[in-house]
Design a binder for this molecule. Structure first.
Ligand code: HEM
Length: 136
C-alpha cells in the first residue's frame, strides 16, 4: 500500500468508529495553538466543517502538484485576510494526526505513523511554498 492508501485507511477506520472528528480536532488544535481559537471565534460550525473537509481532502490527495491553484488561493486569503501564521498549519495538521492516531488505537502501528509523518511533512512543505510572504 502507498502512503496515501495508509492515510485513507486510517481516516476510514476513525470515521467508522468515531464518526465526524471535526470538533475534537478543533478542540485539540485550539489547545495547542495560541491565538487560533480567537481567530476562528466568529466562524460557525458549517464553515469549520467545510475547512476540515478541505484539510482532510488535501491529506488524502494523490498528487499535490494539482493543488497549486487551490493552495495559492487559500494561502493568500488565510495569510492576508485572516492573519493565519505558518505555525498554525503545523498545529492543525498535528492535531488531525493525533486524533487519528488515538482513534485507530490498538491498530495503530509504525506504518501508519510513518505514512502520517511523511504526508504531514510534505503537505506542510507545499503550504509553506505557497505562502505569499515567502514568495516576496
Ligand atoms: C491546510 C490547511 C487549511 C485549509 C485547506 C483551510 C481551508 C479553509 C476553507 C476552505 C475555508 C472556507 C470555508 C468556507 O467558507 O466554505 C477556510 C476558512 C477559514 N480558515 Fe482555514 N484552512 C486551513 C488552515 C487554517 C488555519 C491553520 C487557520 C488558523 C486559525 C485557518 C483559519 C481560517 C479562518 C479564520 C477561516 C474563516 C474566514 C472567514 O470566513 O472569515 N485555516 N479555511
Amino acid at each position: 500500500m502507498s502512503t496515501q492508501e495508509f492515510i485513507i485507511s486510517s481516516l476510514e477506520i476513525v470515521a467508522e468508529r468515531n464518526g465526524d472528528i471535526t470538533s475534537v480536532v478543533y478542540d485539540l488544535y485550539y489547545q495547542n495553538s495560541p491565538g487560533s481559537r480567537e481567530l476562528m471565534a466568529h466562524i460557525d460550525h458549517l464553515v469549520q466543517g467545510r475547512m476540515m473537509e478541505e484539510v482532510l481532502r488535501l491529506l488524502m490527495v494523490e498528487d499535490t502538484s494539482r493543488e497549486d491553484q487551490y493552495l495559492t488561493f487559500e494561502m493568500k486569503t488565510h495569510e492576508e485576510a485572516y492573519n493565519v501564521a505558518e505555525s498554525m498549519y503545523v498545529s492543525l495538521l498535528e492535531a488531525v494526526w493525533q486524533i487519528v492516531r488515538e482513534g485507530v488505537g490498538e491498530d495503530w502501528n509504525e506504518i501508519y505513523e510513518n505514512a502520517w509523518q511523511e504526508r504531514v511533512t510534505s503537505l506542510l512543505e507545499e503550504i509553506k511554498r505557497h505562502s505569499p510572504s515567502r514568495k516576496k
